[in-house]
Write a protein that binds this ligand. Structure first.
Ligand code: ADP
Length: 252
């Protein structure tokens, strides 16, 4: 099912809640707006967000052989367990069930041809991450962290997992870098440039800083990624620059 997918890129964070899914949705949307054929595999099995972030309400189309069509929203193909299991129901699965679900998502979704498939990884460095690393041909990974030490510590573990398994790190994105209030002053709610400084010190390419921006949260909640809702905003420009840097890596 992945044979016509040119590049598979994992987006990971180590820690939850740092905005990895928000970054995945907006980066994928940016790539689609740039004319690429893009898909997102929502591998955050315990807390899939892509259904809400892309406004997907319909149930999945499943064929008799158990293969599945991805949903199609705003020009992006999305496969998420949010389409398969009722909202509000706890996904209380043990490791073997989770490993089987990851395998199904990798093997049974009709992606057809894609330039880029982004995998929204769950937090942590465990079963799901290993199943994905072993189950598909990842081109590389993008890491997301807030500037604070607590998030960075988990992000560094995530980087180590990819290094140990010989997956190239395309770069680090710092999310929630600061909040610019109406008075124009920047408030560094999660600290100053911690992820950028770490990237520079450790030789990891730094892809960009995304500010705390209510339009990003609203876009995610309304099923309309902010870069599509406000294509001329500073946030959209930030994602354009991140996508440009990623494209440069990919073309090497
Ligand atoms: P993760 O995937 O790392 O668990 P999410 O992408 O779900 O994190 O983001 C967690 C919450 O923070 C969500 O409510 C999301 O809308 C919000 N959020 C993420 N990044 C930003 C940002 N840069 N500005 C404002 N809100 C954000």
């Amino acid at each position: 099912m992945l044979s016509k997918v040119k590049r598979i890129i994992a987006i990971a964070s180590g820690k939850g809640g740092v905005g990895k899914s928000t970054v995945t949705a907006n980066l994928a949307m940016t790539a689609a707006l740039a004319g690429k054929e893009v898909g997102i595999l929502d591998a955050d099995l315990y807390g899939p967000s892509m259904g809400i972030m892309f406004g997907i309400k319909e149930e999945a189309v499943i064929y008799e052989d158990n293969t599945m069509l991805p949903a199609f929203s705003h020009g992006v193909k999305v496969a998420t367990l949010a389409q398969l299991f009722p909202a509000g129901k706890a996904n209380a699965w043990r490791g073997p069930r989770v490993a089987a679900l990851v395998k199904n998502l990798l093997d049974f979704v009709h992606w057809e041809s894609l330039d880029l498939l982004f995998i929204d990884m769950p937090p942590g460095t465990g079963d799901i991450q290993l199943s994905i690393i072993q189950g598909c041909n990842l081109s590389g990974a993008i890491m997301v962290s807030t500037p604070q030490a607590v998030a960075l510590a988990d992000c560094i573990k995530g980087i180590d997992l990819f290094k140990e398994t010989n997956i190239p790190i395309f770069g680090l994105i710092e999310n929630m870098s600061g909040f610019i209030c109406d008075c124009g002053k920047e408030h560094l709610i999660f600290g100053k440039s911690g992820a950028r400084d770490f990237a520079e010190k450790s030789g990891i390419p730094f892809l960009g800083q995304v500010s705390i921006e209510s339009s990003l949260m609203e876009g995610s909640d309304q099923g309309l990624p902010a870069v599509l809702a406000n294509p001329n905003s500073a946030t959209a420009e930030t994602f354009n620059q991140i996508y440009y840097k990623l494209s440069t890596h990919l073309s090497r």
